[in-house]
Design a protein around this ligand. Structure first.
Ligand code: DOR
Length: 309
């Protein structure tokens, strides 16, 4: 009932993890393999392993989360090697890449392409937590340059992880760039960058890096995520799937994102809060909503959001 397809990749369940939470070590990736998640997506890899930013760097709040992890990861070779270990789960393994430079990204993509057990690449152009480094996908010219270089060599299904946009002109400009390339998917949205959450009693920030500024996830960002999914669903070529991420913790949240046009949905903050059992929980809730409405597959309602009369 929840099956879907991204490019030519079949997912038995349209619900899987967002890159970031609980997907850095082989043990965590295996736990995703054992869960009801429809795919296994890795933490964003860099060329070399990284320790990331100083703690505290991830804090749950009543409305979601704030993080400034700074891309701690075990380096791209680790996530490449993990592909063989994860093959037995027989679900797509997608590697997220977030190189420190275009050259790093090209080198990592070239290596990932050779591994048949990697189903796709999610190129992260939107990390908000690297001191002194802007989010690539807010620089439209640079994004076009990156994609031109990537697709000059790429032959694996590849999508991009985008930051949230807030201006209708920006949606149009970014869609025009993305539509020029044979992208398989876009994942909308990364955390809302550079939020600030404060402990008013202690009179201090919740996290330490970047004077407390960090990416927001969870309830704070659902409305912005829905808007981004909807805009890119309407503006991109139909061959480019939209994958939703932002504020999904229930079957209803997933249903809303699919109604906006999402072909799959990813879980970030809620996975961090509740662990890999969240995939079975959200799947059961989404299935119940679909049964009550008489829908047999997500294609029965995907994208069919109506405007209030
Ligand atoms: O919120 C985020 N945190 N988004 C990213 O792309 C990277 C991550 C981190 O490691 O800081």
């Amino acid at each position: 009932m929840l099956q879907t397809k991204i490019a030519n990749i079949k997912l038995a369940n349209c619900i899987y993890n967002a890159s970031g939470p609980a997907c850095s070590s082989l043990e965590e990736l295996q736990a995703l393999g054992q869960s009801a998640a429809g795919a296994i997506l890795s933490k964003s890899a860099t060329l070399a392993p990284r320790a990331g930013n100083p703690a505290p760097r991830y804090v749950d709040t009543p409305w979601g989360s704030i993080n400034s992890m700074g891309l701690p990861n075990k380096g791209h070779a680790y996530y490449l090697a993990a592909a063989k270990e994860l093959a037995s789960f027989q679900k797509p393994y997608i590697v997220s890449l977030s190189g420190m430079s275009l050259a790093d990204n090209l080198k990592m993509i070239a290596e990932m392409q050779e591994e048949e057990n990697i189903a796709a690449i999610e190129l992260n152009l939107s990390c908000p937590n690297l001191p002194g480094k802007p989010q690539t996908a807010y620089d439209f010219e640079q994004t076009e340059k990156v994609l031109a270089a990537v697709f000059a060599q790429n032959n694996k299904p590849l999508g991009v992880k985008l930051p949230p946009y807030f201006d209708l002109l920006h949606f149009e400009q970014m869609a025009q760039i993305l539509n020029q390339f044979p992208l398989s998917f876009v994942s909308c949205i990364n955390s809302i960058g550079n939020g600030l959450v404060i402990d008013w009693e202690k009179e201090e920030t919740l996290i330490r890096p970047k004077d407390g500024f960090g990416g927001l996830g969870g309830d704070y960002i659902k409305a912005t995520a829905l808007a981004n999914v909807r805009q890119f669903y309407l503006l991109l070529r139909p061959e480019i799937s939209v994958v939703a991420v932002g504020g999904i913790k229930s079957g209803q949240d997933a249903f809303e994102h699919i109604l906006c046009g999402a072909k799959a949905v990813q879980i970030g903050t809620h996975l961090m809060k509740t662990g890999p059992s969240c995939f079975a929980q959200i799947s059961a809730e989404l299935t119940a909503i679909m049964q009550a409405k008489g829908y047999q597959s997500i294609e029965d309602f995907r994208g069919k959001l109506k405007t209030a009369a």
